[in-house]
Design a protein around this ligand. Structure first.
Ligand code: GRG
Length: 291
């Protein structure tokens, strides 16, 4: 199985569902702004992880599609807000102008807010899976996205700008800002799919490994990546004096660390044997990716 083809095929399933979940209704400008960012491309890694984890523990992909889309909506809200002038102040994302550059700051803030709340609406309306699974998955997502998850990590990142931070703080920022949502993606698929405790534990270990590897590679791409392939300017971390893995560990050690975390992730899912091959290939893809 070719992992790039797999990502592209599953990505299409996600794209179709997102398009359906986001009809162009009133207020038009708000929905246009939401659709503009959500349907602007993106690898759809988080929702794909949810589908794959659910299937691995024996659930039909179709039933976790709303939860997978909920994750992508939250991811998109975070990107819209992260690009605002009061945060990273970026002009391009996924090769297109950022949301606030097209719709203005006010509408970009509201589009982000609406995507965040809509994600929970989609989750709460899942009625073809046991309610206790849906409740647990909802709580998982709220924690991962919130004050002690992604928003907490983003706050720590904002406070670290221009400051000297140590390796422990760097790990805190990244496991929260980026890792938490990736971990939620895998865990939610497992929880909604009815995973056993042992399966859930293994998948969480896997998710932590790929979460760190993903962020380290993101930092490396900001130095060595091709702006055209990535779809946004590179070099912004250095420019903004951001705390990154290459800044604290150097480029070579960062690459080793990405590979180590990828390996750790793959070993964590040994209990699934051959059936977890897709997850192993996704872990490899995460460290080999060019955008
Ligand atoms: C504003 C609450 C709030 C949080 C922002 C996600 C985030 C937190 C900031 C984005 C900054 C950034 C570039 C983080 C690095 C990791 C990351 C989330 C990269 C983008 O994710 P991809 O590569 O993007 O999955 P696509 O476009 O493929 O969906």
């Amino acid at each position: 199985m070719n992992i790039k083809e797999f990502i592209s095929t599953k990505g299409e399933v996600i794209n179709e569902a997102l398009d359906k979940y986001l009809p162009q209704v009133r207020p038009e400008e708000l929905h246009q702004a939401m659709r503009y960012s959500v349907l602007a491309g993106g690898k759809r890694l988080r929702p794909i992880l949810t589908l794959v984890a659910a299937q691995l523990v024996g659930e039909e992909e179709e039933k976790v599609l709303p939860a997978a889309c909920a994750l992508e909506l939250i991811h998109n809200y975070s990107l819209i807000h992260d690009d605002l002038p009061c945060m990273d102040d970026d002009d391009f994302r996924r090769g297109k102008k950022t949301n606030h550059k097209v719709f203005g700051q006010g509408m970009a803030v509201l589009a982000g807010d609406a995507l965040l709340t809509y994600a929970f609406e989609l989750l709460a309306e899942i009625d073809d899976l046991p309610a206790e699974r849906v409740l647990l998955a909802t709580s998982k997502l709220a924690k991962a996205a919130g004050k002690q998850g992604m928003v907490g990590g983003q706050a720590a990142d904002l406070l670290a700008e221009g400051q000297e931070i140590d390796k422990q703080e760097l790990k805190y920022i990244h496991t929260h800002k980026t890792g938490a949502l990736l971990e939620a993606a895998v865990s939610m698929g497992a929880i909604l799919g009815g995973a056993s405790d042992e399966q859930l534990f293994a998948l969480q270990e896997y998710a932590q490994g790929i979460g760190l590897a993903f962020q380290i590679v993101d930092d490396i791409l900001d130095i060595e990546g091709d702006a055209e392939k990535i779809g946004k300017d590179v070099g912004s971390d250095l420019e903004q004096d951001k705390a990154t893995f290459p800044a604290l560990y150097g480029l070579e050690r960062s690459k080793e660390m990405a590979a180590e975390n990828c390996q750790r992730a793959k070993e964590a899912i040994n209990i699934f044997g051959e059936q977890a091959e897709v997850l192993r290939k996704l872990a490899d893809y995460i460290i080999e990716r060019e955008y």
